[in-house]
Design a protein around this ligand. Structure first.
Ligand SMILES: [Fe+2]
Length: 195
């Protein structure tokens, strides 16, 4: 999960409508830009009634699909303390996310890794390429199509809630394990794995 949600959605929880029509500057031929996705996730994260509609579970992440702008894929995600995504990319999609409640840590790389390859491929992360940031309420960031990261709620007691958007809708995600400066492609997930 890109914090991308696990494959199965919680049963019986209707996704609240979040009007994509609020999107601005969208051109159907080229999709929403990173700035538009960032504006969307920040606006959604500030929507207290939307955020309050997400059920929280102390045992695991919860999520609701949102109507992202311009055909983007968007999610509202709840993170119990201690949960995280593991290292992953977004299959060439760019995106944005913003924290609505609590705080999330993002570990990312200031380095373009070559995309693609088969599971088992190991990539070398240059020394000094690691970047960590803490995103508190109302803080967000956009990221490009080559972004590799992991997102974690490192709090000991407090849930975190965040909003994420991707364009194009995620075609796949590559999941990596990390050991020191080595990032090993473990498997490739596709949308059918998330249904
Ligand atoms: Fe992600």
């Amino acid at each position: 999960m890109s914090p991308f949600p696990p494959p199965v959605a919680p049963a019986g929880v209707p996704a609240p409508a979040f009007p994509a029509s609020e999107a601005t500057g969208h051109h159907p031929t080229d999709g929403p830009g990173q700035a538009e996705l960032l504006a969307f996730v920040r606006r959604a994260a500030a929507d207290t009634s939307l955020v309050a509609g997400l059920p929280l579970d102390p045992e695991g992440r919860t999520w609701l699909r949102l109507d992202g702008p311009g055909g983007s894929e968007a999610w509202l995600i709840g993170w119990p303390p201690g949960t995280g995504t593991g290292w992953h990319d977004h299959g060439g999609s760019y995106g944005a996310f913003a924290t609505a409640a609590g705080s999330l840590r993002e570990d990312a790389l200031a380095h373009h890794l070559p995309a693609g390859g088969e599971p088992g491929t190991t990539l070398r992360i240059p020394e000094g390429a690691d970047r960590a940031r803490q995103l508190g309420p109302d803080q967000g960031r956009a990221f490009g199509p080559h972004h590799v990261h992991q997102v974690l709620n490192t709090a000991t007691h407090d849930h975190a809630v965040s909003v994420h958007a991707y364009y194009p809708p995620l075609p796949l995600m590559r999941r990596y394990s990390r050991s020191g400066q080595a990032l090993r492609l473990e498997h490739i997930e596709r949308p059918e794995d998330w249904q």
